[in-house]
Design a protein around this ligand. Structure first.
Ligand code: NAD
Length: 287
């Protein structure tokens, strides 16, 4: 039997609708939530991401401030802008689109954003709070993975979740969030000896490797849930995930496509984080 295809467009639309409702309540009470996005340089992929974030803000009733800085912007100049936004009571979220030009220190920039405005959830304070199970901004892509599982009512607690990839932005936080949801979590990575055998025991597979067709159907336990975070550009220009979707959907119980799976969730979670930040700043926090 073919797997249930998890529709990231539908789920992200649902989240954005909720965010829009709460943003409207903020606007009615005092002001709309406000997200400041900083883009340094002219990387085409980053420009697309920033444009998409701006559009999502518009659709949700969130004010979007955009700062496009030249590629040769000095570190001090960038930090001064972040400092100004940190101290602007009308700004709820600040994000600096990565990657930055090589002369800029990404860690220093991430650390400079006030944790209470860090809607990307990358600041070490928020990473620590996430690990400790405290209230904080959760990183958008891994939070989107959990949201998809919950929306589809796929049980997490007590299940074996295998995350493939251990990056700081996807793999590690996805593992931490699955653990928070009481899964038994295994993290596989480039040095894992028995990856195929391990994945075969998973009830939930989260693939965040960055290699097309890395996860093949023979690696999957029948009926498992497969969340494909990978976004790979193929030679013919098409997008593909990390999973051999056509074959895997015949084995899995539920699976996300690429495109139209995890991708749209990331921006939806960013909108929700920005709204939550505004609610906290305006004293109308719902959690
Ligand atoms: P990354 O390159 O930082 O990390 C990749 C991880 O895969 C590493 O931890 C590495 O250990 C692991 N890996 C590499 N080769 C492996 C192998 N042969 N066997 C097992 N593990 C191996 O990448 P990332 O930033 O975590 O992104 C992963 C993928 O997710 C990329 O395709 C990226 O484009 C995509 N992504 C999607 C979204 C989204 O919104 N959907 C967001 C972020 C990243």
């Amino acid at each position: 039997m073919s797997a249930k295809i998890i529709d990231g467009k539908e789920i992200s639309a649902f989240i954005k609708q909720q965010a829009a409702g709460r943003a409207a309540a903020c606007a009615a009470a005092e002001r709309a939530p406000c997200l400041a996005v900083i883009l340094v340089g002219d990387d085409p992929a980053s420009q697309v991401y920033v444009r998409n974030k701006h559009r999502a803000c518009e659709a949700c009733g969130i004010t979007s401030l955009q700062f496009a800085l030249p590629a040769d912007t000095a570190q001090a100049e960038l930090l001064a802008l972040i400092d100004r936004l940190n101290n602007d009571a009308g700004v709820d979220g600040i994000l600096c689109q990565l990657p930055l030009p090589s002369h800029l220190n990404e860690d220093a920039v991430t650390d400079a954003i006030a944790p209470e405005k860090d809607v990307d959830g990358f600041h070490p304070v928020n990473v620590g709070k996430m690990l400790a199970g405290k209230d904080c901004f959760l990183p958008c892509t891994p939070a989107g993975v959990i949201e998809m599982l919950k929306y589809e009512k796929i049980p997490i607690a007590g299940k074996h979740a295998v995350v493939i990839g251990r990056s700081n932005i996807v793999g590690k936080p996805a593992a931490a969030l699955l653990l928070r949801e009481n899964a038994t979590v295994t993290v596989c990575h480039s040095r894992t000896a028995d990856l195929k055998e391990t994945v075969k025991t998973a009830d939930i597979v989260v693939a965040a490797v960055g290699r097309p067709c890395f996860v093949t159907a023979d690696m999957l336990k029948p009926g498992c849930a497969v969340i494909d975070v990978g976004i790979n550009r193929l030679a013919d220009g098409a997008l593909a995930g990390d999973v051999d979707f056509a074959a895997a959907k015949e084995i899995a119980g539920a699976i996300t496509p690429v495109p139209g799976g995890v991708g749209p969730m990331t921006i939806a979670m960013l909108m929700m984080n920005t709204v939550k930040s505004a609610e906290a700043r305006l004293g109308m926090r719902k959690g």
